[in-house]
Design a protein around this ligand. Structure first.
Ligand code: DMJ
Length: 649
């Protein structure tokens, strides 16, 4: 027993008139101090020891020697844990009846001579240690306490450095393209430098006013917290790690890493959005690991992945949208149709979870997301389309609303990218993606009177001729998937990507501030313009710039760099403020009304895609990396690198 645990017996301040004077006051001179409560005469010590051991013997005697004491022991100390019902199994399969004798608690509860022997031995050791402590000087006891404390701290430090316990050793090999060449063209180089300066402005202000909090309020110069992350902190830091790395902002990357090491804590009582925490935190940590090879990121990613697993404890295995990561209790958004989970949320876990299995050696993560695929493949789809709502208990669709923007978007993105990330071995993902695109083309994609291609929303068979800023990511997706398109449709998919890019550019160009609204419509005589006041805002979103980046890489048409630069100028003119970058309430207005939030995705996505747009193609090349939906790069699991099994999980 450490000396520290005996301290209350001897070290607490005595009440008035007991031993005369505060504990450890030092009065009394050298040798054994008569007046100090820690210094007893030998006879006093003996009496104390006798009383103490008589008391302990009495207590334990009552437990050991009363009739049926082993049952009492197991009932009091061990049984309550076993009474808690385990969470329901995923997939709704019947649970096997509990087996006797499983687990350490059950073994102890089974009692037996072994357990009693151990308890007796512990008891004797405690008495021995108490006796030894009694013979020590107060100063010696204090020294022991200090040493015990230091040892505990050192152990904790060692555990941190050694990485997560149970993680397999892994030889880190940096994937191709984690760093790239300087752009050859001086103008391009200069523009890229400007984007790096924007990152520095965003980061420095976050650091100055909101360090360690989730996001920054750049006007009021303080932290901003969103309930998407519960009380997990540091969203901007984790989201920005890989952008800092590829921009070679080494000092900033180092301070971000140190913050993660010391402060990123998932042992909190927090209800979080499984989707948001996955794409920003798990995705950010995975990318930071693959770029830098720093073990702390692998360890934290796996630790967080494990915390998310209880979200899958539903009858179908379709995860809850919200999860309390302490209690493991999940639920869905109260506004979601019929208690449903959301397509874009449960469909946007695949890439990160496959990598979690890859890095942890634990297949459970990949199994969870593969099961989502199975559930989806068993369901009938209206006109081949995927509704945005799916009930995790009944396994049935909720309202038949279909969208390639909010609530649906990244589900389609992850089908394509799962196939690409598997080095094109995930045939299931491939088929689901191209089948979905075919249905989207047939039922959702339309051309306006003015010749703009747009993607409408589908509500039970009726079209709403509205396109969200979020939907603009689809231009890049169509172009990225062009290469594998069936029936000689490669050119057609590239063309589709180009048309969506043009429409989204128009949605920017037709505003006063040259920044796109949250949603724009194609009805009542308008084209690519927001008509409702609550759709006129711009919150530093990346999707349009993301599409320019893909289109540039895949076509090298200079207009995409030109359009990207227009966005840089507009951001600088209307969103940059002293304290960072802010969203805008109405992009059609003459004067900026700032929303006072610097979203973490501005650093992880908007600025990263801009930087890549003005970089050479050798930085994070598409042959070796895919980007998660928060722009966090994840390496392709090449089959000739021994990833065959990983790809087939
Ligand atoms: C990001 O968090 C992700 O891109 C997500 O998929 C959708 N929306 C935001 C940015 O707009």
């Amino acid at each position: 027993m450490p000396a520290a645990s005996l301290l209350p017996l001897f070290g607490s301040a005595p009440g008035p008139g007991t031993l005369g004077g505060p504990a450890g006051s030092g009065a009394g001179g050298g040798g054994r101090k008569a007046a100090s409560p820690g210094a007893f005469r030998l006879t006093e010590k003996f009496v104390l020891l006798l009383v103490f051991s008589a008391f302990i013997t009495l207590c334990f005697g009552a437990i050991f020697f009363l009739p049926d004491s082993s049952k009492l022991l197991s009932g009091v100390f061990f049984h309550s844990a076993a009474l808690q019902p385990p969470p329901p199994p995923p997939g709704g399969q019947p649970r096997a009846p509990p087996q006797p004798g499983g687990g350490p608690a059950a073994a102890a509860a089974a009692g037996g001579a072994g357990s009693l022997e151990r308890i007796r031995a512990d008891h004797e050791r405690a008495l021995r240690e108490a006796k030894e402590t009694l013979q020590k000087l107060p100063e010696e006891i204090r020294r022991d306490i200090r040493q015990d404390k230091e040892k505990l701290l050192q152990d904790a430090r060692d555990r941190k450095e050694a990485g997560a316990p149970g993680l397999p050793q892994r030889l880190f090999r940096q994937p191709v393209g984690a760093v790239g060449q300087e752009p050859a063209d001086p103008d391009v180089r200069q523009r890229r430098e400007k984007i790096k300066e924007m990152m520095k402005h965003a980061w420095d202000n976050y650091k100055r006013y909101a360090w360690g909090l989730n996001e920054l309020k750049p006007i009021s110069k303080q932290g901003h917290s969103s309930n998407l992350f519960g009380n997990i902190q540091g969203a901007t830091i984790v989201d920005a790690l890989d952008t800092l790395y590829i921009m070679e902002m080494k000092e900033e990357f180092k301070e971000a890493k140190e913050w993660v090491e010391k402060n990123l804590d998932f042992n909190v009582n927090a209800e979080i959005s499984v989707f948001e925490v996955n794409i920003r935190f798990v995705g950010g940590l995975l990318s930071a690991y693959y770029l830098s090879g720093e073990e702390v990121f692998r360890k934290k990613a796996v630790e967080l992945g494990e915390k998310l697993l209880p979200a899958f404890n539903t009858p179908t295995g379709i995860p809850w949208a919200l999860l309390n990561i302490k209690s493991g209790i999940g639920r869905n958004w109260p506004w979601a149709s019929g208690g449903s989970s959301i397509l874009a949320e449960f469909g946007t876990l695949h890439l990160e979870f496959v990598h979690l299995s890859h890095l942890s050696g634990n297949p459970v993560f990949a199994e969870k997301v593969m099961n989502i695929r199975k559930v989806l493949n068993r369901l009938d789809k209206p006109e081949g389309l995927y509704p945005n709502y799916l009930n995790p208990s009944s396994g049935q669709w909720g309202q038949h609303h279909v969208s390639i923007g909010g609530l649906g978007d990244s589900f389609y993105e992850y089908l394509l990218k799962a196939w690409l990330m598997s080095d094109k071995t995930d045939e299931d993902g491939k088929k689901m993606y191209y089948d979905a695109v075919q249905a989207i083309e047939a039922h959702l994609i339309r051309k306006s009177g003015g010749g703009l291609t747009y993607i409408a929303e589908w509500k039970g068979g009726l079209l709403e001729h509205k396109m969200g800023h979020l939907t603009c990511f689809a231009g890049g997706m169509f172009a990225l998937g062009a290469d594998g398109a069936p029936n000689d449709k490669t050119g057609h998919h590239i063309e589709l990507g180009a048309e969506i890019a043009r429409t989204c550019h128009e949605s920017y160009d037709r505003t006063r501030m040259k920044l796109g609204p949250e949603a724009f419509r194609f009805d009542g005589g308008v084209e690519a313009i927001a008509t409702r006041q609550n759709e006129k805002y711009y919150i530093l979103r990346p999707e349009v710039i993301e599409t320019y980046m893909y289109m540039w890489r895949l076509t090298h048409d200079p207009k995409y760099r030109q359009w990207g630069w227009e966005a840089v100028e507009a951001l600088e003119k209307h969103c940059r403020v002293d304290g960072g970058y802010s969203g805008i309430r109405d992009v059609y207005n003459n004067h900026e009304s700032h929303d006072d939030v610097q979203q973490s995705f501005f650093l992880s996505e908007t600025l990263k895609y801009l930087y890549l747009l003005f970089s050479e193609d050798d930085l994070l090349p598409f042959e070796h990396w895919v980007f998660n939906t928060e722009a966090h790069p994840l390496p392709i699991l090449h089959k000739d690198d021994g990833n065959k099994e990983e790809n087939q999980k």
